[in-house]
Design a binder for this molecule. Structure first.
Ligand code: GAR
Length: 204
């Protein structure tokens, strides 16, 4: 039986599209059972509709507190009986309930713990890498805890930063790596091969 995957996003949904494609190519043993957007105009929701995946938008501004917002999201996820939740460019911090500890993943377009944290997403990350003069960057897939881009690291790999790079060209190289690493990490979870021990993830 494929695992039941819920995807949370805020933007264009290229990360979601990659997971849909990998699943169609039978490289990812999951069923994407719902997509939740943090804004109704997130193009990722349109991608979900095109593939017949149940989707909805839950907006932070409709809830008084972050806690109430998190609870609404988890209600939806539990209703779909998700085994794993993949953040795919989801830009808000969620509370992690005990029943979903070590069952939420995120992909970040840099080598955590560098160039990450609140407001570090998309091109802001790549521009910060270029401005700092770093020689390498990369992508990280990690389990999610209560801080931005912080939980135990599952997979990480690097790409060179080239002298002539712009944020766009660096983003392209990093995104190619994300497209490889995220499905790999999800497939390891699906095969029951990820064991979290404190901050460390052992791959069985
Ligand atoms: C991805 O590149 C992902 O790494 C990044 O947002 C992008 C989402 O793109 N996530 C973060 O920066 C998390 N801190 P998408 O909306 O096209 O899938």
């Amino acid at each position: 039986m494929p695992i039941r995957l819920a995807v949370l996003l805020s933007g264009s949904g290229t990360t979601l599209q990659n997971l849909i494609d990998k699943q169609a190519q039978q490289e990812l043993d999951v069923e994407i059972i719902c997509v939740i957007g943090s804004r109704p105009d997130a193009y990722g929701l349109e991608r979900a509709r095109k593939h017949g995946i149940p989707e909805c938008a839950l907006c932070r501004r409709d809830y008084d507190t972050g806690q109430a917002y998190s609870e609404a999201i988890w209600r939806e996820i539990r209703a779909h009986q998700a085994d794993l939740v993949a953040l795919a460019g989801f830009m808000l911090l969620l509370e992690v309930p005990p029943d979903y500890k070590d069952r939420i993943m995120n992909v970040h377009p840099a080598l955590i713990p560098a160039f990450c944290g609140h407001k570090m997403y998309g091109h802001h990350v790549h521009q910060a890498v270029l401005d700092y003069g770093a020689r390498i960057s990369g992508a990280t897939v990690h389990f999610v805890d209560e801080m931005y881009d912080h939980g135990p690291i599952i997979l990480q790999d690097s790409v060179p930063v080239l002298q002539e790079d712009t944020a766009d060209t660096l983003a392209e190289r990093v995104q190619a790596l994300e497209r490889k690493l995220y499905p790999q990490a999800i497939q390891l979870f699906a095969e029951g091969r990820l064991c979290v021990e404190g901050r460390k993830v052992r791959i069985l």
